[in-house]
Design a protein around this ligand. Structure first.
Ligand code: PHB
Length: 423
């Protein structure tokens, strides 16, 4: 069988929200893109991920006119509740920083973007195998893969965007001599459930007690999402429904506190997490965005928001790069007899430097990434129980918690970070 080759400006590896939003926004600027993804559309749509969107993320979905249902099906939350040993404190985002967040699950953000890209006739290949990315250090990078029908294909481009998630293969194309992997792991994980019950409270509750962390989130009027801290080796089946709800209720406090609304559990998963940053996010003709370049623990609900902040930083720099490239190509075509850039006389593609606009993207994106890393790390340690706890460590954390909830400045720090800093 012969290989089918497509030629686009930008080839995108990974059809999650970061890859699709990049493709859509580039198209708005007259830059063509094609996307490949190893999972099926349905698998991604059915996979539960975090559900909180910052104001800037919501604005981006609205401004991109991708038919997102965020404003109709999502819920605006003007605050959140922090609970320590059964005592609740509301953080009023609107009063403190004039911003809200929206509860709208990431898998629905994905679905809106995928539908928009497909409706606009964008090239996308779901469920691909054998993905390889070639020549990122040359001016002629290329993606090769086998599509869902078994056809071998190739996408030739000027730039490759790696949005292929936390187990990114694109990231590994940045040589170890160039790349720094900043990494820490945590000695705990989240036990996540979906249950058929009405909401327990109008806003999310982030809770800590001597038993550890719990989070009461929501999905809609009849399905709720909750989490509690567990050992990373926990078998989800070893916890009965009653044991799960009793434990979450105990973290929330049993006397006079929040009364958990219970209902049949329809999904149980253990979610390990870590903090990771790849530096730089650009190398030659490759850039990384979203989880491919960095992962955060879910406590600050920053994952998707950071991924889309990357895209906001990336798209104008890609436009700048492509515009400069086209200008230099037409200069060369007009002034000399050498072949097109990307081929030496013997047909080998010469290596290229990382273009300056793409270096700038990496620097801008990483500044925000590190702020979000700090917040996610801090909130995780504030709200989780460490394996080696004693009365001092628990009481000290309570002191830290009181310093946040007990002063308008502490509350504003939380509200500013949680709802997302301006670009
Ligand atoms: C969720 O709804 O799944 C969720 C919300 C907030 C978080 C993490 C997950 O911090």
């Amino acid at each position: 069988m012969t290989e089918h080759t497509t030629r686009v400006d930008v080839g995108i590896v990974g059809g999650g929200p970061a890859g699709l939003m990049t493709a859509l926004l580039l198209k708005r600027r007259g830059i063509s893109a094609a996307v490949i993804e190893t999972r099926t559309k349905d698998t991604i749509h059915r996979t539960q991920r975090a559900g909180i969107l910052e104001t800037a993320t919501v604005n981006m979905l609205v401004d991109a006119e991708v038919g997102s249902r965020v404003l109709t099906d999502g819920h605006e939350h003007e605050g959140t509740v922090l609970s320590f040993d059964g005592e609740q404190h509301r953080i009023d985002f609107q009063a403190l920083v004039g911003r809200s967040v929206w509860l709208y699950p990431q898998n629905e953000v994905f679905y809106d973007l995928a539908n928009a890209w497909e409706c606009e006739g964008g090239e996308i290949h779901w469920a691909v195998t054998d993905t390889q990315v070639h020549g990122v250090e040359t001016a002629a990078p290329r993606i090769s893969f086998t599509d869902a029908a078994g056809q071998t294909r190739s996408i030739a481009a000027d730039l490759i965007v790696g949005t292929d998630g936390s187990r990114s293969m694109c990231r590994k194309l940045i040589p170890e001599s160039v790349r720094t992997d900043h990494f820490i792991s945590y000695p705990f994980a989240w036990f996540g459930i979906l249950c058929e019950a009405p909401p327990t409270a109008p806003e999310l509750i982030y809770a800590n007690s001597e038993l550890g962390f719990a989070l009461i989130s929501q999905r809609n009027e009849s399905v709720q999402r909750m989490y509690f801290q567990c050992d990373p080796d926990t078998d989800p089946e070893s916890w009965s429904e009653d044991a799960i709800f009793d434990h979450i209720q105990a973290v929330l406090g049993t006397e006079g506190g929040v009364q958990l609304k219970r209902g049949p559990i329809i999904e149980k998963t253990v979610l390990p997490f870590r903090s990771y940053v790849c530096d730089p996010l650009s190398h030659g003709r490759l850039v990384l965005a979203g989880d491919a370049g960095h992962t955060v623990p879910p406590t600050g609900a920053k994952g998707l928001n950071l991924a889309l902040a990357d895209v906001r930083a990336l798209v104008p720099r890609v436009e700048e790069f492509i515009t400069e490239l086209r200008a230099s190509e037409s200069d060369r075509a007009g002034s000399d007899r050498s072949g097109p850039e990307g081929e030496t006389p013997d047909g080998e593609a010469p290596s290229v430097e990382t273009p300056e606009p793409l270096r700038r993207y990496s620097r801008t994106a990483l500044d925000r990434v590190w702020k979000a890393q700090n917040f996610s790390y801090w909130a995780t340690n504030l709200l989780h129980r460490q394996p080696e706890e004693n009365s001092f460590t628990h009481r000290r954390r309570r002191g830290e918690f009181d310093a946040i909830t007990g002063s308008v400045h502490g509350q504003a720090y939380f509200a500013d970070s949680y709802t997302g800093w301006s670009d």
